[in-house]
Write a protein that binds this ligand. Structure first.
Ligand SMILES: C[S@@+](CC[C@H](N)C(=O)[O-])C[C@H]1O[C@@H](n2cnc3c(N)ncnc32)[C@H](O)[C@@H]1O
Length: 293
């Protein structure tokens, strides 16, 4: 195990993630494709199924939106979507119909680190929902994860819905990676993948979601965690495996009221009859019937 190149400075890590993704989007542009096609992610479908159509004026944030495939989907439900991405060239990659959403006032794209931008450009409780697909495993330090969780809690409205997915340990590939700390789920790419050398992956699990988002005094009630997968990209057709957390933002008054007996560790809420489940166990997506349009 080696800790070489691993600094504690969050800025270094954010700069490395930005560089890595700008390289990736430039590579795809050269290949003439969109990394994950136009179909929305399973994380977005889960959130869409829970949220349903928007009431007038309701907004969603899509964190690490890439070229906007999920952003596009949520606009079909009537939400104004704020798409945030670190990579300055991500939105340039967006298909014409996604760029048009901005012209039509249905979406806004913001370039930058969500955790830093959040409190400066968004209102507290602005969002009815938050979607974040395949991003959180990119944060290699606990301080970055904590900043992210704080920004999520800040931006989402009371009772708002949150769906966050992140790669889990099923995705560890010994041919491409080495463990930095297996117990913590921290691995680093070796030089077998172009443009990925040194890139750190911090794997998640249902337990980690529970610890970060659902523990005592937390701002969220976790509904469930499900395991899923999708092709790594259209040019690399291997399955990438991730866990999706669905959580509800607790009311701020409840979280702040120390005498409230409901305050405390969140319990996993049982899913409605007929759904399969969970807490990190096998998924067959129970919301497969949901379609954006
Ligand atoms: C695997 S891609 C997923 C893109 C998109 N969610 C999708 O599935 O189509 C991860 C994206 O997260 C972005 N990202 C990583 N860290 C971020 C951060 N702190 N703030 C905003 N975006 C971030 C990257 O630039 C990249 O575009």
């Amino acid at each position: 195990m080696s800790n070489k190149n691993l600094t504690d400075d969050p800025k270094d890590h954010i700069a490395q993630i930005k560089e890595r993704w700008e390289f990736q989007y430039a590579k795809e542009e050269a290949a003439g494709g969109l990394a994950w096609g136009k179909k929305s992610s399973e994380t977005a479908r889960l959130l869409g199924a829970f949220l349903g159509p928007a009431d007038p004026g309701e907004e969603i944030v899509d964190v690490g939106a890439g070229y906007g495939r999920d952003t596009h989907a949520f606009t079909k439900l009537g939400y104004h979507v704020h798409a945030v991405d670190l990579a300055s060239n991500a939105f340039e990659r967006a298909p014409t119909e996604v760029k048009k959403l901005v012209e039509d006032g249905k979406a806004t794209f913001h370039i930058g680190n969500f955790s830093e931008l959040s409190k400066t450009i968004f209102r507290e409780g602005q969002f009815k929902g938050l979607n974040c697909h395949r991003v959180a495993h990119l944060f290699p330090t606990e301080s970055l994860v904590d900043d992210f969780a704080e920004a999520v809690a800040w931006g989402v409205a009371d009772d708002g819905k949150v769906c966050i997915s992140a790669r889990d340990k099923r995705d560890y590939n010994p041919d491409q990676m080495e463990w930095i700390d297996e117990e913590k789920g921290l691995a680093r790419y070796n030089d077998t993948m172009e443009g990925r050398k040194g890139h750190i992956i911090s794997f998640w699990s249902a337990k980690r979601f529970e610890d970060k988002f659902g523990g005592k005094d937390s701002d969220f009630q976790i509904v469930h965690c499900v395991e899923s997968e999708e092709p790594e990209s259209v040019t690399n057709d291997v399955a990438t495996k991730f866990t999706i957390m669905h959580a509800i933002r607790k009311a701020r008054a409840q979280v702040q009221d120390n005498s409230n007996p409901q305050k405390g560790p969140s319990n996993i809420i049982p899913l409605p009859t007929g759904s399969q489940a969970f807490a990190g166990t096998q998924l067959r997506f129970p919301y497969a019937a949901f379609k954006f349009a």
